[in-house]
Structure formats: structure tokens, C-alpha cells
Design a protein around this ligand. Structure first.
Ligand code: FEO
Ligand code: CA
Ligand code: CA
Ligand code: CA
Length: 601
């Protein structure tokens, strides 16, 4: 059994300095290595990667592109073997193919290789010696690629709805592929949740969309209504042509549940959790045992949601309990968040209490199996969730990314990455900055610390940006001691309850590279945010994941070299192997475990 660090453990490493180095930079006393990079073999029989000999067949079995959410699930009691899950959010074709010019001149093979590089990967990994380093295992029993042709089951109250029926699937209960999988979560019953975010971009149209209701629905989701394409996939398959299959796009935009322990299992799209540009979904268990999923809709002025299951969680890892728990996310209530500030003098003058804080309500969209939105059926609320939420008056947020409860305290953290379009007239206490370039983080405390509560209190704990800027706030800590953070995206917690944050957008907003940061949330060190990782040129820092034993941090280096004008042969980044840029997952561990082996010590 693994000995875990105590709660509220202080952080002791020396912060990594802001930098623009084309590598992963970690603190003194730590080391890192590449666990797996784009193109490396995943499934049995996959060939070694060769950028000049790519094929659809090979990519279907190789590690996909742009790794985002990362999770590690144990395979044994000593935690020396585990399953790595990684999302493959999207592709940078100009950095994948030497002869890439544009979508219009792309070959069908190139488009299909990109389609094969989307989705996710399950990779068996093993510990290197007794360190915190992990590498892919020789065994590939569980290894699996999920991609654009993987079959999914559609479950929950909207399964079989007319809105989900297509020529290929008149039942509206199966779908091919999962697209733009951004963040996600792991469930207490050992499954993966992966979130379909900017799915709209994959759909083109061979003719304008004329039906006014369809136009309104597409418009709210940023889905094309005029003829044209952005990724060319509609040239390859009719299902991506909105003029031919207007409902196919309704089969994307869901939270997907995958059982990584069963490589033959059919992953399921969970309609009960609503359809929007899902950043992620993370699970808490309520006092009465119901499973609660916290979710963000990542668009400027969109909302924070939660789902509360109808049935309750069963403890235990036996087959029957697990089977039961895997049905929990199929049926339940759906809510959207309203944040009310307690300083009515704001924004005319600063809050008298010195804090951006207040109370909140979870406004029902679906409760007890019924729609709570006037004029909309349950199916309409679940398939066109944004339009339903618009009717009940939730708070328009600055791009909700990860929303996740700290397992040590129950406090729920909401990463709001930025919103350049908020005007001075549109600020409120929960989104207090106009042209919010740097983002902020809100902490939510549910009433009675019960995840199923219908009310909460909240406080902004980080107003991101240059600590010398008087507008910024680092949980009350002495700002001369903290690292600068901007554009918070993914959040994670280590076993001692420290908050870890990955960023996406620091180069554009601050001129330094993205990275991963850690901030204690209790004790004397509370608010002492420090940079732990810096990622290469052009990359955002995804994941992050801290393993359950607290000894390893995993980071996804997403889109290294994503810089205007960059190509395979004229790369902006050559991470990780010095030739061209390859999205990669790295593990980070302590080299010299004096004072404890745990990450962050
Ligand atoms: Fe794919 Fe919201 O970040
Ligand atoms: Ca206040
Ligand atoms: Ca993200
Ligand atoms: Ca992001």
C-alpha cells in the first residue's frame, strides 16, 4: 500500500522562472522525460512513426495528435502498473505534413490521417524502478485508440430523439467518433469522462442552411449556416456536410464515458449532461451518495453547469457495483449556475468587503425527469442546452474551463480563462474585469458542503496577471512572493489537496510560456502560487495530472510549435526530439526525495 502525504502540506520547491525556452523546464531537484509522443505505437501491430510515411491505417493505431486531458488509473495495488488515458483534441496539419498547403488542396489521405489522429488513447504504462518516472509497458493488452470512426452508444433521456437521427443511424442511438476532446475527469468507479468541446469546426455545408429554427440552433453553437468548409472533412464523408445530414452535428458536443479497463467496450455519449462546448466533467459524490458532475461551457459569456444523478453511488470495486455505477450518469437533474455578488457598490466603486464574492444558485433545467424550461421538451433542453439555459438567467462567465472539487476540502474551483470581449458595462462581481485578458479562478463552497446543494457561496481566489498589477489577487498572499499566472485552463489536485493549474495563452497575454502552477489552499502557505513547469514554444500546458501516490506529475505538451507561418521543415519548436514538433505527454518526478518523495515538496 502507498503512504500518502498529509493534507495541507506546504510547498517547498523553488519556482521555475518565467521563460521562453523551447523545452519543458522543471524545478531544481526534479526530472522529466517523454512518456509518449504523437505517432508512437499504441495498439498492437502499430508501426513506428515515420513522418514521411504516414498512413490512415498506421495513425489509427498510433498515438494521436494534440494531447489534452491526461488521467492515470492503477492496474495493481502497488501502483507500479497503470493505464494512461489521453485526449487528442485537434490537429495542426501544417505541422504534420511536409507538403501541406491548405484544406482546399489537401489529399483525402491527409484529411483521413487527421481524422484518425483525433479522439483519445489508452496506453499501459509502468513505473521505472522505484522512481516517479513512467514509461509505456511492452504489454499492450489494454491499449486502444479511440478515433473518428469508433462506434459510440448514445444513452440517457435524449437517446433515440428525432434530433439525433441520421441516414446512417435512423435509431438516433449510435454515433461515430468523438471530436475536439478537451479536458475530462476520472470517476470514482474507474471510468474516464472526456469532453467534446469545439466540435462545430468539423462540419461544412455544401449549401446554405435555410430553415430558421435550424439556423437559430446552429448560430448559438457557432455552427456554420452558410455553404463552405473549415477542415474539409465534409469532402471525405457526407456525415460532415450539414446540408446533407443536419442532425449529425447534434451527435457531437457531449460528455463521453469510456471504460479503459475493457478495450472492447463501447464508449457512451451521456445526453443527460447536456450538449454544449464541454470543457470537461469531474465527479463529486453528494452526501446522499448521488454522483455530481461539474462542467464548464468554454465560450465567452457561457455558463457553468452541474448534473446530479438520480441514483446513488455504490462503494466497492466488485463487478456488480461497478456495473451499477456506470449507469449513474445516464439519468438525473441538470442545473446552470447563477452568481450574485454581495457588494452592490461594485463596479461603481471597489467592493467594500475587499473581495469579489457572494452567493449563488443552481437553476434547474431538468429536474425529476421533467423540463423546467418553458416551451422546451426534455430532449430540446438536453440537445440545445445553451438555448435552454439562456431562458433561465444564469451568469455569463469569462469562458468556463475546468470545474473541479478539491477532494480534500470539497471546495469547487472554476477556471475562467479570459474574455477579451467583456465591456465595462458588462462586468459583475463574478467577472469583474472588462477585456479580461488574464482570467481568474472562482472557488465555490456548496451549502452544507454537499455537492447536490442548490445554493452556494463563492469567492474569486485568483485574479490572474502580473502580480505587480494592483488589479491582481493571489488569495490574499504577499504578491511579491508569487509567480505570475495567466489564462488558467485545467485544474487538478494532489493527495494533500494542493491546487494545480495548467495554462493556455500566457505567450499572447504575458509574453512568457505556458506552464503548470501549484497553490496551497490552506495553512500558512495558502495563496503562495508557484510555477512548477514551463512548456515549449507555442505549446499550451494540458493535463495536468498528479498520480494518486502523489509522486508524479503528468503534463500534456499540446501543440508545440503552433506559431503563425511554422511548417514541418520550418518549425517554431522542435520539441521533444530536436527534429520537428510533436505533441507529447511527459512525466515529472523528484530526483532527490529528501524530505519526502512527493511532487510539490
Ligand atoms: Fe480546449 Fe477550453 O480548452
Ligand atoms: Ca464582495
Ligand atoms: Ca482546455
Ligand atoms: Ca483552453
Amino acid at each position: 500500500q502507498v503512504e500518502l502525504p498529509e493534507l495541507g502540506r506546504p510547498v517547498n520547491f523553488m519556482a521555475v522562472q518565467d521563460n521562453t525556452v523551447d523545452s519543458v523546464v522543471v524545478p531544481n531537484g526534479y526530472d522529466w522525460s517523454v512518456t509518449i509522443a504523437w505517432g508512437e505505437p499504441v495498439e498492437q501491430g502499430a508501426p513506428e512513426f515515420d513522418i514521411d510515411n504516414q498512413s490512415v491505417e498506421a495513425q489509427l493505431k498510433q498515438f494521436g495528435y494534440n494531447c489534452d486531458f491526461v488521467a492515470v488509473l492503477p492496474l495493481d495495488r502497488t501502483f507500479d502498473r497503470a493505464l494512461l488515458w489521453v485526449n487528442h483534441e485537434y490537429t495542426n496539419e501544417n505541422l504534420m505534413f511536409r507538403d501541406w498547403v491548405d484544406v482546399a488542396s489537401a489529399t483525402e489521405d491527409q484529411l483521413k490521417i487527421a481524422m484518425a489522429a483525433h479522439g483519445g488513447s489508452v496506453v499501459e504504462i509502468e513505473r521505472v524502478g522505484d522512481t516517479g518516472e513512467w514509461k509505456p509497458a511492452k504489454r499492450k493488452r489494454y491499449n486502444r485508440r479511440i478515433h473518428t470512426w469508433t462506434e459510440f452508444e448514445i444513452v440517457g433521456p435524449a437517446a433515440g430523439s428525432d434530433f439525433l437521427k441520421t441516414g446512417d443511424d435512423p435509431s438516433g442511438t449510435t454515433a461515430l467518433g468523438t471530436l475536439n476532446n478537451c479536458a475530462g475527469g476520472t470517476t470514482p468507479w474507474g471510468t474516464i469522462l472526456t469532453a467534446e468541446e469545439n466540435f462545430h469546426q468539423y462540419f461544412g455545408a455544401s449549401a446554405d442552411i435555410s430553415d430558421p429554427t435550424t439556423r437559430e440552433r446552429f448560430g448559438r453553437y457557432g455552427i456554420r449556416t452558410s455553404a463552405g468548409t473549415s477542415r474539409g472533412w465534409d469532402r471525405v464523408e457526407d456525415r460532415f456536410d450539414l446540408a446533407k445530414e443536419p442532425n449529425e452535428v447534434n451527435r457531437q458536443g457531449w460528455i463521453v464515458e469510456i471504460d479503459p479497463y475493457d478495450p472492447k467496450s463501447t464508449p457512451r455519449k451521456l445526453t443527460g449532461l447536456g450538449r454544449f462546448k464541454h470543457e470537461g466533467a469531474t465527479i463529486s459524490i453528494a452526501e446522499d451518495g448521488r454522483a455530481v458532475a461539474y462542467m464548464g461551457d468554454d465560450e465567452r459569456f457561457d455558463y457553468v453547469y452541474k448534473f446530479v444523478s438520480k441514483n446513488t453511488y455504490r462503494e466497492g470495486t466488485d463487478r456488480r457495483s461497478r456495473q451499477h455505477n456506470m449507469t449513474l450518469l445516464e439519468e438525473g437533474d441538470l442545473y446552470v449556475a447563477k452568481f450574485t455578488g454581495n457588494s452592490p457598490e461594485f463596479p461603481d466603486s471597489p467592493p467594500n468587503d475587499g473581495l469579489f464574492d457572494g452567493t449563488g444558485e443552481w437553476l434547474p433545467l431538468i429536474e425529476d425527469g421533467e423540463s423546467k424550461v418553458d416551451g422546451m421538451s426534455v430532449e430540446e433542453v438536453l440537445v440545445f442546452t445553451r438555448l435552454a439555459a439562456d431562458q433561465v438567467g444564469p451568469t455569463k462567465m469569462d469562458r468556463p474551463e475546468d470545474v473541479e472539487a478539491n477532494p480534500a476540502t470539497g471546495t469547487v474551483y472554476v477556471a475562467l480563462t479570459n474574455n477579451s470581449r467583456r465591456t465595462p458595462a458588462e462586468v459583475d462581481e463574478a467577472n469583474p474585469r472588462a477585456e479580461n485578458r488574464f482570467g481568474h479562478v472562482i472557488a465555490i463552497d456548496e451549502a452544507g458542503n454537499d455537492a447536490a446543494a442548490k445554493t452556494f457561496t463563492w469567492q474569486i481566489v485568483i485574479v490572474c496577471g502580473d502580480p505587480e498589477d494592483p488589479e491582481t489577487y493571489y488569495d490574499g498572499y504577499d504578491k511579491s512572493q508569487v509567480s505570475m499566472i495567466s489564462c488558467p485552463d485545467n485544474v487538478a489536485f494532489d493527495p494533500s489537496g494542493r491546487l494545480w493549474i495548467g495554462t493556455d495563452g500566457m505567450p499572447g497575454s504575458t509574453g512568457v510560456h505556458d506552464g503548470m502552477f501549484v497553490m496551497p489552499v490552506e495553512g500558512d502557505d495558502r495563496g503562495h502560487l508557484r510555477r512548477f513547469v514551463s512548456t515549449p514554444i507555442g505549446a499550451e500546458c494540458c493535463g495536468p495530472a498528479i498520480t494518486a501516490d502523489g509522486r508524479t506529475a503528468l503534463v500534456a505538451v499540446q501543440h508545440p510549435g503552433e506559431v503563425s507561418g511554422a511548417t514541418v521543415d520550418n518549425p517554431a519548436s522542435t520539441f521533444p526530439y530536436g527534429d520537428f514538433a510533436r505533441p507529447s505527454v511527459v512525466t515529472i518526478w523528484r530526483k532527490s526525495p529528501s524530505g519526502g518523495p512527493y511532487i510539490g515538496d
